[in-house]
Design a protein around this ligand. Structure first.
Ligand code: GLU
Length: 420
């Protein structure tokens, strides 16, 4: 069978391709020369498959889409507290190049506007940027020297911002050098395929889906995607998050990325921009994808069924019966709360209790800790507890074959079996 996904993506390009409205970014001479009709879309899954359609191999400068990745690298290098001292996380509601700083602290409001991005850039060196971006993309990326020179010649506004940051003591480095480095960061050449993989690396918790390299720590990606969700689309961030609901970032060369946590990275390229500086057709594509594929993050999932219980034969061919609780779906906080409530309201009436995880597809850290606490309390109440965990969700097995023990604390060791 031929996968229908590229056909679907091509169809999305066809339907959104007709709109010729919007303007090229004119304030950077080299960008004003771009071919306005270029149009591309790519989707990268967190397990490393990339679908690209249209002009998906055409390179363009990354521009402001560099901001979340530079922010990620700064967070990885310095930690959240140090970075927060310099740059806040509040949406500004202003244009990307506004000379705005927080009134009491002098910090730029967020890392997605230029004031914040210049400050973030000053925290990392050029080599970190080049190597880091390449690691996110999974290939060596290069700078477009023409775009770089062209933008640097007309970068007076960014110079003004950098000098203002220095005057507030937020940036200590040489203002001209910071602008130069930041402009270089914005001139890195990418395709939509690169961008989709860079976004997928964020969506995958910091591990590049194709190379398997851990680029940034897991907690960094949560911070970056949260800031993309609230501040990524310039002064249209609220509009964007309610209609599309995907953490995103746009750039003035016409690129647009979205990172859907745990699922995929998306990227479009179409150079004509709306009055906020976001790609006109890119926004349309994202609206369409979000609607068709149910990608809005605030979409409420169907309620999870978390527990069935009953009296069954004991696992492992042991004689006798036990009171079995069969857990289902995701063992997260809400799922385990229901389990704990059942156990508290209607305690098991037989001394042998079996917790069966055969139909569980995911165990979150909080769910694991709640489950272990439930086990510990059942044992202290005098029950004999056995856990059935064929997929080793609790990571209790010493190797692939043997049954194991779960240390529930207070000297309580609970047998974990592979089979019912
Ligand atoms: N290099 C551009 C600037 O600083 C990036 C702006 C953007 O992509 O929004 O003006």
């Amino acid at each position: 069978m031929r996968s229908p996904i590229p056909d679907y993506l091509n169809q999305v390009l066809d339907t959104c391709g007709a709109d010729g409205s919007g303007e090229l970014a004119a304030y950077i001479p080299e960008l004003a020369e771009a071919d306005p009709d270029r149009f591309a879309l790519a989707l990268a899954t967190v397990d490393g498959t990339v679908y690209g359609v249209g002009d998906d191999e055409v390179e363009f400068s990354i521009q402001s889409i560099s901001k979340p990745f530079a922010y990620a690298l700064a967070l990885a290098q310095h930690g959240l507290d140090r970075v927060l001292e310099k740059v806040g996380v509040e949406p500004s509601g202003d244009a990307f190049n506004e000379l705005s700083l927080e009134v009491d602290t002098g910090r730029p409001l967020n890392p997605m506007i230029n004031a914040g991005a210049l400050t973030v850039h000053a925290l990392i060196d050029d080599e970190t940027v080049r190597r880091g971006f390449s690691a996110f993309a999974g290939r060596e990326l290069e700078v477009d020297e023409e775009v770089f020179t062209s933008e640097l010649e007309t970068a007076d506004r960014n110079r003004a911002i950098a000098f203002m940051l220095r005057s507030h003591g937020i940036v200590e480095e040489d203002a001209q050098e910071v602008v130069e480095g930041y402009t270089r960061q914005c001139s890195v050449l990418v395709t939509v395929r690169d961008l989709a993989l860079m976004a997928a690396t964020l969506a995958n918790g910091g591990v590049q889906p194709v190379t398997g390299q851990r680029v940034v720590p897991h907690e960094v990606t949560r911070q970056v995607m949260a800031v993309m969700a609230t501040c990524g689309m310039y002064d249209a961030a609220g509009d964007w998050f309610s209609s599309v609901g995907i953490p995103a970032k746009s750039g003035v060369a016409g690129g647009l990325i979205g990172a859907l946590p745990g699922q995929a990275g998306l990227a479009t390229f179409s150079p004509r921009l709306d009055r906020h500086g976001n790609s006109v057709r890119g926004v349309q594509v994202f609206e369409r994808l979000s609607r068709d594929m149910g990608m809005h993050l605030m979409e409420v999932p169907p309620p999870a069924r978390s527990l069935v219980r009953g009296r069954t034969a004991l696992p492992g061919g042991r004689p006798g019966h036990g009171w079995t609780y069969e857990l289902q779906g995701s063992v997260n906080f809400v799922g385990m709360e229901r389990v704990l409530r059942y156990l508290a309201d209607e305690p098991p009436t037989e001394s042998t209790v079996v917790l069966d995880l055969t139909r569980v597809h995911e165990v979150r850290d909080i769910g694991r800790r709640m489950l272990i606490e439930a086990v510990r309390r059942l044992v202290l109440d005098g029950h004999q507890v056995t856990i059935v965990d064929p997929e080793d969700m609790l990571e209790a097995f010493p190797d692939d074959h043997a049954d194991g023990d779960l240390d529930a604390g207070d000297g309580v060791a609970v047998p974990v079996l592979r089979r019912r």
